[in-house]
Write a protein that binds this ligand. Structure first.
Ligand SMILES: Nc1ncnc2c1ncn2[C@@H]1O[C@H](COP(=O)(O)OP(=O)(O)OP(=O)(O)O)[C@@H](O)[C@H]1O
Ligand SMILES: [Mg+2]
Length: 577
């Protein structure tokens, strides 16, 4: 019931269509019931009384009835598929939209294969439910009721015999229903695992091949696949019995009815026509009853799947704008970290511990430190992908959380360690943060990033399509596109997280010069492993295990003879032959 309530907002806008569909279904049911009546005149007047006029009448009436029925059946099928499609289309869109509203934390917590499986597989089951449950519920139940009425009309004692089936059937369905739902939920969970494995292998095929991991990946996949098989078989053991069981019950009843009816006809208490209508009703009720016996299975599957979909839709973003938040326009005075500490969810270790520093607008700040010392985490906090666990970040004197996160991000240009390119043209990829940029602006940004040369050499230049995840480009080329993308945003704060790590020395030099040019009129935070690239920074922050260990200008830090000086010595040794 609760799951159904969740679906209601999606059904409501289509109430009229649903009503129309139900209305048509009522007619289909009536036709199904009416048709058995044709048996009576056929048997009693044509076969027994041998009336030729009746024969002509019936031959004329049959096509008309079936034509009308055909129109109704088609309309009903059309309406139901329409509803199934449109409602799932809306849910799919909401899901996609909602996923984009969720905070990064959600995606790090969940497996993408599982989310994908909910978007596809579970949605298909919901669609199936929307399409067939009302059909079975309205059309088939009503057909059965009408046929029962026909049977009662003809011979109520026989009809009562037939009615005995119903409580039996209900009992069988109730027992199976519970099993079905949990079984269906489990199979969908396993399906999520399968999708995850598929996705891992598809995305990581290079590593799979390079490390001969094929058999390992296949073995892991087999485990999940076998589990799915077992779960599905458990599911079918639960469902498959219901149909034949109903059939068997039906056959018993039919035997009883034929026994009774045969004796009545022999005693001339009933016309053969009436008996055939009765029998016809009984047979005609078979298909709808079979559907009704599957109703529960379809319903339980759809509800279990809709639960899984609503689980995602119910996720709340962990980063929420204040209702009276400010729009961030441009950095005017400073960015200040005030005793900021941060710990990732479910982690013991602090990624940042009591960090305080101040960046004046226009400065270029270098950030260095060993791997895992919290440099990238610093970036995440500035982008407000996470909120500090303790302390606060002030931008122009105001808490970062007082601004709309999107307005902040609009003014931050990020070039990070892993370049993400979308399956689209070069120009679309570059103008991601500034979709209204002109071609000239895009070209200028590409030139600044030292990317114009290679883009020009691509077959369609700016309009060249990048393959899946930008696979057609080298690491350095991708990174230069990412730099152009950030430059084009004309950001207030440029964040470079190992931005030149994938470039060869020649391109690094040229990009470095370009970036220095950009950062002249910009506030820049540059994270680097190679100290040479941040040597000229106004200030260098040295991180160690989440602590801000040292800070100052290059010369000051060398003079301090601490961690920075050590890192500097190491790099000099490794650079000098
Ligand atoms: N999503 C996450 N969940 C849990 N812990 C994380 C997550 N991301 C990073 N960490 C941990 O936080 C710490 C700081 O990581 P961070 O990525 O900020 O380091 P870094 O200084 O950028 O390192 P590198 O130079 O290798 O990029 C590390 O110990 C890391 O294991
Ligand atoms: Mg990092």
């Amino acid at each position: 019931m609760r799951s159904f309530k969740r679906l209601k907002p999606y059904l409501k806008p289509h109430a009229r269509r649903i009503a129309q569909a139900c209305f048509v279904m009522v007619f289909v049911a009536i036709f199904n019931g009416a048709m058995v009546w044709l048996l009576k005149p056929v048997v009693d007047y044509v076969f027994i009384k041998k009336d030729p006029r009746m024969l002509v009448g019936i031959v004329l009436v049959i096509p008309i009835i079936f034509l009308t029925k055909m129109i109704f059946t088609y309309t009903q099928a059309y309406l139901m598929s329409y509803l199934g499609q449109i409602i799932t289309q809306e849910i799919r869109e909401d899901l996609f939209r909602h996923l984009h509203e969720l905070s990064l934390e959600f995606f790090w917590r969940s497996r993408s294969g599982d989310i994908l499986s909910r978007l596809t597989n579970d949605l298909t089951r919901v669609q199936d439910g929307i399409q067939f449950v009302p059909l079975y519920l309205v059309r088939d139940s009503l057909t059965v009721v009408i046929l029962l009425i026909v049977m009662f009309f003809i011979h109520w004692q026989f009809a009562l015999t037939a009615l005995i089936t119903i409580p039996f059937a209900a009992a069988v369905l109730a027992v199976l229903g519970k099993k079905l739902r949990s079984s269906s939920r489990k199979s969908q969970e396993i399906m999520g695992e399968l999708y995850t494995r598929f996705q891992e292998s598809l995305q990581g095929m290079l590593v799979v091949k390079a490390f001969n991991y094929e058999s390992g990946a296949i073995a892991r996949f087999q485990v999940e696949n076998d589990a799915l098989f077992n779960q599905m078989m458990r599911y079918f053991r639960a469902t498959a019995l219901s149909g034949p069981l109903m059939e068997f019950l039906g056959s018993l009843i039919m035997a009883a009815v034929i026994w009774q009816g045969g004796r009545e006809i022999l005693a001339f208490k009933m016309t053969p026509g009436a008996f055939f209508v009765f029998l016809g009703s009984f047979f005609a009720a078979y298909a709808p009853i079979k559907n009704i016996s599957q109703l529960n299975a379809k319903l339980q599957m759809a509800l279990a799947s809709s639960d899984r979909i609503f689980q995602v839709l119910d996720e709340k973003p962990s980063i929420v704008d204040k209702p009276d938040a400010l729009s961030f326009e441009a950095l005017k005075s400073s960015i200040e970290f005030e005793n900021v500490s941060f710990r990732y969810a479910n982690q013991e270790r602090w990624a940042l511990k009591n960090v305080s520093f101040k960046i004046e607008a226009g400065q270029t700040i270098g950030v260095v430190g060993p791997s895992g010392s919290g440099k990238t985490t610093l970036v995440y906090l500035m982008l407000r992908l996470f909120d500090p666990s303790e302390g606060r970040i002030l931008i122009d004197g105001k808490d970062l959380r007082d601004y709309f996160a999107s307005s902040l991000r609009a003014k931050i240009g990020l070039v990070n360690q892993e370049t993400v390119l979308f399956n689209d043209s070069v120009s679309t990829n570059v103008s991601l943060g500034n979709p209204h940029a002109t071609r000239e602006e895009i070209i200028e940004a590409l030139k600044i990033a030292d990317a114009y040369g290679f883009v020009n050499r691509l077959e369609h230049g700016l309009d060249a399509q990048l393959g899946d995840r930008g696979l057609k480009l080298s690491g350095g080329e991708r990174q230069r596109l990412a730099i152009a993308r950030s430059v084009l945003k004309k950001p207030s704060l440029l964040i470079l997280d190992e931005a030149t790590s994938n470039l060869d020395s020649a391109s690094e030099k040229s990009v470095q010069t370009a970036l220095e040019r950009v950062s002249k009129n910009n506030t820049t935070l540059s994270i680097a492993h190679r100290l040479s690239s941040i040597k000229n920074a106004d200030r260098i922050l040295v991180f160690n295990h989440g602590d801000l260990a040292e800070s100052g200008k290059h010369e000051e830090l060398i003079a301090l003879n601490g961690l920075y000086a050590t890192l500097d010595r190491f790099q000099k040794i490794s650079v000098e032959p």
